[in-house]
Design a protein around this ligand. Structure first.
Ligand code: NDP
Length: 315
């Protein structure tokens, strides 16, 4: 499979394994790279020395291309960028911030830069800032989400009308069928998160992986909208913060309920009641924790099969 995304990243498939806090360390990123995708280390949950260690272990575990995802809200961002350049990482995905801040610096160092957006305004801003590609992430996605609540089905063709650089669709994509659908809508590739969060190589706690597998229809919901919308698995913590939001609690009170390190508590330490469990709607159709290689083979096999079946339709 050759297209603008495989050429940009040097991968076999136009599939990006999303950089997810507490899930995507070197094991997941290198397994995704070895399976023909672009693997991403999620730097959002890593102190600088931990990121360096993960990059070094990833380099030792794969000779294939991999990158790092950096949420631009990160407190020690200068330090992270320094490490990324020092360690010779060639691909960086940025999210949750202004793409103009770091794109020039990274491009000067020869790094391919991709920015994650949820609307056309920021897609155009990222394109103007000189990024090489855009991830358009729709409402279905887990974790931090756009305020506009535009679904992936609508976001991809909207972005495609406006931008000329390669477009990666994300949000609700975890199978060959959904990958084909995203590409039919105009995406050049896809970014897949939740399906890989529930892989054997994900660094998430086994309790969280099992909760993803157990999730069904309606198991996730956008929450904490006055602070920043985040899609969560519904649990005791979700019910508490959602009730506060519904009765009109202000930002300060919501921040107090959220506290600190709740995502770590849920996703990494496995507290399914009090932790923040960030995952996408697609968790409702993830039924098994599997190795990354098997997941990718299943996605590609299904993509080809459905593509062939659709090709037989006559009008
Ligand atoms: P909190 O403020 O609640 O806690 C910070 C967490 O990040 C702690 O668990 C801490 O680990 C860890 N951490 C890693 N590096 C640092 C550092 N340099 N300084 C302080 N803490 C650090 O934040 P969240 O857990 O809600 O979010 C963490 C990051 O992940 C943020 O940058 C956020 O923007 C990003 N994020 C991105 C999402 C996405 O979808 N792209 C979704 C959610 C969050 P420890 O407990 O060991 O101190």
């Amino acid at each position: 499979m050759q297209n603008r995304i495989t050429s940009l990243f040097g991968t076999q498939y136009p599939i990006v394994q999303a950089g997810m806090i507490w899930c995507s360390g070197w094991r997941l990123a290198s397994a995704a790279a070895n399976a023909g995708c672009l693997g991403l280390i999620g730097a959002g949950s890593m102190y600088p020395d931990i990121l360096r260690e993960n990059i070094q272990k990833c380099k030792a575990a794969t000779s294939k291309p991999f990158g790092v995802n950096v949420p631009l809200l990160y407190p020690d961002i200068e330090k992270l960028m320094e490490i990324i350049v020092e360690e010779g990482v060639k691909i960086v995905f940025t999210s949750a911030g202004n793409p103009a801040t770091w794109t020039g610096f990274l491009k000067e160092k020869g790094v391919t830069v991709v920015h994650v957006v949820s609307n056309t305004k920021f897609a155009l801003k990222a394109q103007d800032a000189g990024v090489d590609a855009i991830v358009g992430e729709g409402f279905e996605a887990g974790g931090h989400n756009g305020r506009e609540e535009t679904t992936t089905l609508v976001l991809i063709p909207m972005l495609k009308e406006k931008i000329t650089i390669p477009l990666i669709g994300a949000g609700g994509i975890g199978s060959g069928k959904s990958m084909l659908a995203a590409m039919a809508l105009g995406a050049d590739g896809v970014q897949i998160g939740s399906r890989f969060a529930a892989s054997e190589e994900s660094s998430a706690h086994a309790n969280f992986k099992n909760a993803i597998v157990a999730a069904g229809d309606g198991a996730t919901q956008l929450a904490i909208k006055p602070l920043t919308p985040v899609r969560l698995l519904k649990n005791k913590f979700f019910e508490k913060i959602n009730a506060a939001e519904l009765r009109g609690a202000g930002k300060e009170e919501l921040q107090e309920i959220l506290g600190r390190a709740r995502a770590k508590l849920g996703m990494f330490e496995g507290d399914l009641e009090e932790g923040e469990l960030e995952i996408g709607q697609i968790s409702g159709i993830i039924h098994e924790v599997k190795p990354v290689k098997a997941i990718v083979e299943e996605i590609i096999g299904e993509f080809k099969q459905v593509q062939q079946e659709l090709g037989k339709i006559e009008f």
